[in-house]
Design a protein around this ligand. Sequence first.
Ligand code: NAP
Length: 407
Amino acid sequence: MSQPEKITKNSDGELVVPDHAIIPFIEGDGIGPDIWRATQAVIDGAVKTAFNGERKIHWRELSVGEKGYKKDGQWLSDEALADIREHMVAIKGPLTTPVGEGIRSLNVSIRQKLDLFACIRPVKYIESVPSPMKNPRDINMVVFRENTEDVYAGIEWAAGSEEAERVCTFLRDTMGADLPENPGIGIKPISAKNTKRLVAKAIEYAIENDYSSVTLMHKGNIMKFTEGAFRNWGYEVALEQYRDRIITEDELWDTYGGKQPAGRIVIKDRIADMLFQQTLLRPEEFGVIATPNLNGDYISDALAAQVGGLGMAPGANVSNDCAVFEATHGTAPKYAGLDKVNPSSLILSGALMLDHIGWKDAGNLIRTSLQATVQAGKVTYDLARQIEGAKEVTCSAFGQAIVARMG
Ligand code: NAP
């Protein structure tokens, strides 16, 4: 039998994935162990079936969160972070936010320390899942949310604090700003470098996955030098680096008479509030969406709701060096250990991870088997309470039902 090996990169920066690949996982807190058990069985089953037993993932557990704290007093150790960096690909369940431990959020810490600058959230309808939309099948979008700046940078001071007072004095006296009395202050940095690396990733994803457009979502009509600059830098990187693969929306109409040429992605932009309307009214017009942090926060969850909510939404946080795939919901502590909740978010994140390492046949097998299981009405409590006639099954039984459909 082949020895387990690490995933590496070649000189072109492409992943080199051995048939017996080592992948670290963090099972997570609360419902984490339940959904991880179901997910691991589904991923292993899909890889085995898709590649006739010739490929296998060798799982490597990292103790992070409550497990890490119990083991060696550390919620998130440097060793765990180094391990993810070294193995380039990892998957995680939800992590609790330690209260009163001086850590804002373990998830935020992981993203910041590994510089995982893009949060990727695909949103696609799964047949039979209850949706508030008239035509949910028209929804097939992927949000690329910037992870490292905008309001997420957390530069803010409380009203009445000495720091806020000093900033206010500077703004009033030196910059001539008109401020209300005693305001809280927040600063929103958006840079060319971080915008361009995010938009470049979004365009590359659109090229690799056959999406026909990348939409730059912004509020540049009001915040010209942050959100407006995001839009301008987005077009700049598209034209500088991908000229032969893209056209702008203006070029689509002025040069091509509205007919999109084959092999070219349309780069367009929409003001954030308008995009919320248009993704509801004409979702088929949008593919990949690239956006600063706060807009991305709102639109990711709003789109997830259109196809059945966060319990079904996969996600990943990526840099140019590594990628961490994760459930998009939290630890739901009241259901911990009950083998009850829906593992679909983590399972579908696993499918995304398999796509990322080039094992797309296994990723597709997961998606089709999960869809067939839901269509057959075998679902966890959250969907059972919405689908008439559905049979409620446990978290693990749902996973087993998906594996059973793979043969
Ligand atoms: P939550 O854990 O996402 O749970 C809120 C509610 O969402 C649950 O009570 C349940 O609703 C539903 N839900 C969540 N996951 C589900 C699943 N897999 N299947 C079915 N239903 C599911 O949000 P929270 O209670 O606000 O947060 C709890 C902890 O999680 C906090 O410590 C928070 O910091 C952390 N958190 C972690 C992450 C992450 O690791 N990425 C993200 C968000 C929050 P019903 O009760 O209606 O059934």
